[in-house]
Design a protein around this ligand. Structure first.
Ligand code: HEC
Length: 191
C-alpha cells in the first residue's frame, strides 16, 4: 500500500499550486484537467466506434489488425495536433514498445487496480499530478464485455493467432469483467 502515499502527495501538490504558486496555479491545473478529460473523450470517442465497426464487419481476429494500426495512429495524431503526449499504458502490456508504464504511471496503475478491487468502477478512476513541472493525467480503462474477446481468458484460436502475429510478447490477456485493463496517460505540453 506504500504507493498511496506518493499519490496523495502528488494530489496535495496539485491542489496547493505546484506550478507557480497560489490561485494562478490552481486555475492552470483545473484548466489542464479539463483539457485532459476532453482529450480522453476524443481518444475513446474515436477508437471505440472503429473497434466496434471492425468487430461487426470481420469479427475480433480481423479487429486485432485494425486495432494494431488505428490505436497507435490515433495517439500519434492527437499528440501532433495538441502538443500533449498521448499514450496508453498497462501493468500487463500488449504493445511492449508503447505501453510500458514509467515509475509514476506504474504507481498510479497499481493504485487504480487496488481501488477497483475495493469496489470503485474503473470509469471513476483518474489521477492528476504535477511532476517535474509538468502536468500529468491518467484515466483508467475498465474491461467491458466487448474487450473480453481480445483481453479475456478464453480467446478464440483465430484471435490468439492474430495476437501472436502482431504481439509475440503479449501480456494483455486473462482479464475479468470490470478489471482495470490499463489507462490513457497524458502529459501536457510545457507551458
Ligand atoms: C479486437 C481485439 C481487441 C478488443 C476487442 C479490445 N482490444 Fe484493447 N488492444 C487490442 C490491441 C491489438 C492492442 C494493441 C494496440 C497497440 O498496438 O497499441 C490493444 C491495446 C489496448 C490497450 C493499451 C495497452 C496495451 O496493453 O498495449 C488498452 C488500455 C486496451 N487495449 C484496452 C481495451 C479496452 C478497455 C477494450 C474494450 C473496450 C479493448 N481494449 C478491446 C485489441 C483489442
Amino acid at each position: 500500500m506504500h504507493h498511496f502515499g506518493t499519490l496523495l502527495l502528488a494530489t496535495a501538490l496539485l491542489s496547493h499550486g505546484a506550478l507557480a504558486g497560489g490561485n494562478t496555479a490552481d486555475s492552470t491545473a483545473s484548466t489542464r484537467t479539463e483539457e485532459a478529460r476532453a482529450l480522453v473523450g476524443r481518444f475513446v470517442g474515436q477508437l471505440k466506434p472503429q473497434l466496434q465497426q471492425a468487430m461487426a464487419a470481420g469479427g475480433p481476429a480481423h479487429a486485432v489488425a485494425v486495432c494494431a494500426e488505428v490505436a497507435p495512429a490515433l495517439m500519434d495524431s492527437l499528440s501532433a495536433e495538441t502538443g500533449w503526449q498521448v499514450r496508453r499504458v498497462s501493468l500487463q502490456a500488449r504493445n511492449a514498445e508503447r505501453a510500458e508504464p514509467d515509475a509514476w504511471e506504474r504507481a498510479v496503475l497499481q493504485q487504480f487496480a487496488a481501488r477497483q478491487a475495493a469496489g470503485t468502477p474503473a470509469s471513476q478512476l483518474q489521477q492528476a499530478a504535477v511532476t517535474d513541472g509538468r502536468f500529468r493525467y491518467m484515466q483508467a480503462q475498465g474491461t467491458e464485455g466487448l474487450c473480453l474477446a481480445c483481453h479475456g481468458e478464453n480467446l478464440s484460436p483465430a484471435v490468439q493467432e492474430a495476437l501472436d502475429t502482431h504481439y509475440p510478447d503479449d501480456r494483455a490477456t486473462g482479464y475479468q469483467l470490470g478489471e482495470v485493463r490499463g489507462a490513457i496517460s497524458l502529459i501536457a505540453p510545457a507551458s
